[in-house]
Design a protein around this ligand. Sequence first.
Ligand SMILES: Nc1nc2c(ncn2[C@@H]2O[C@H](COP(=O)(O)OP(=O)(O)O)[C@@H](O)[C@H]2O)c(=O)[nH]1
Ligand SMILES: [Mg+2]
Length: 444
Amino acid sequence: MLGNLGKNLTNTMKKLAGMAIIDEEVVKEVIKDIQRALIQADVNIKLVLNLSKTIEKRSLSEEPPKGVTPKEHVIKIVYEELVHLLGEKAPEIEVETKPFKILFMGLQGSGKTTTIGKLARYLQRKGFNPAIICTDTWRPAAYEQLRQLTESLNVPLYGDPDNEDALDLAKKGIKKFKKQDIIIVDTAGRHKEEKDLLDEMKQISVVVDPDEVMLVIDGTIGQQAREQALAFSQTTDIGSIVITKLDGSAKGGGALSAVAEIGAPIKFIGTGERIEDLEAFDPDRFISRLLGMGDIKTLIERAEEIAEGDEVDMESMDAMLSGKFTLKDMYAQFEVMNKMGPMQQVLNMMPGMGNKLPKNASQVTEERLNKYRILMDSMTEHELTHPEVIKQSRVKRIAKGAGMRNEDVKELLKYYQVTKKAIKGFGKRKMGGPLGQMMRQMMR
Ligand SMILES: Nc1nc2c(ncn2[C@@H]2O[C@H](COP(=O)(O)OP(=O)(O)O)[C@@H](O)[C@H]2O)c(=O)[nH]1
Ligand SMILES: [Mg+2]
């Protein structure tokens, strides 16, 4: 994803990790590498310069917290500032009123219709019943494209290829679907003149009265995304943004960072043409992955807490290790461990850990990670952070959403339970040492 940006930044971080000492010269060199990588990805030069200044200033002036080496501290600063570049994490879709209406906007070809199909699937997996309205009267094939998409998903669709009045279509569709819990409205992205398009969007948003307007922007246009987003935001309140085509787009970094400034968060990213190629966007996780470092933020935070282990009493340590360990944490750890090499090897480094995990833990393969990812994608945020609420009916829904068996969900939950227990026990056994070591190891 994102062309060479990930590779270049990862190399920079590796180089930084390999440095014997951290001084002004090293910091400047690292910043130069980062600048080169970001500019290549079409990140706006002003943003790059601001970021460089902040990294330099923080790296040279901030005192690393106790137990964190200067090198780890600079890594953390670079990471935090890159995350900052991408803006805030968008809140999840909350269906407070029914039907919850989502209006899609964006230029023709940006990926609206494709994204709507992906989103419908995504929402279905979370247990919702979305319906779709087609108001694109410009492309003759628009209705047909949606008809095929929705048929395979079993999602109700309203549209009429013979009706050329987009507003009328929107009105009728909303009336028809008033019992549905979510309505997604697809629009045309094209007019003879840009002004006409924006006018129509304004009128449609009056008719639809959306709970959320989602703007779709093609990630391959790079930093021009900002201007486009601003033009649309003149017509109506943009609630969230989807950046598409980030698979293989060399300019994706530019698009992502450019819209972070307009005041609407990026909610999803499109990473391919298939129905499952939609990801909820989380700046933290995105940068961690881009840097090839697993869920680095969580790890850094924990390394810090653990570094302070001497001052932490047994009870609060235990609470941290057991209470905070959610399904999400588990997944993040799997990802990191996968990158570190064979799990067994990692476990062997830690006394007492090797035989505490389930027997096949060393085989947390790509394949299994993938399976777990798909299952977790079918869970709500609440289920991920409070797995104890997942009982029979939720198990069924999650399995169905993921296209798997109930047993697969149960396997994942069992695995989670055992891992949580092992980690809890491990925390009791030894406080500061090995776990802290493991965390630090992960960051290298
Ligand atoms: N590679 C890739 N192609 C995409 C993505 N999203 C959409 N597309 C493609 O972009 C083209 C235009 O998409 P469409 O949904 O019809 O755009 P619309 O005119 O805004 O409705 C289609 O060929 C899609 O397959 C994505 O995330 N990655
Ligand atoms: Mg379309």
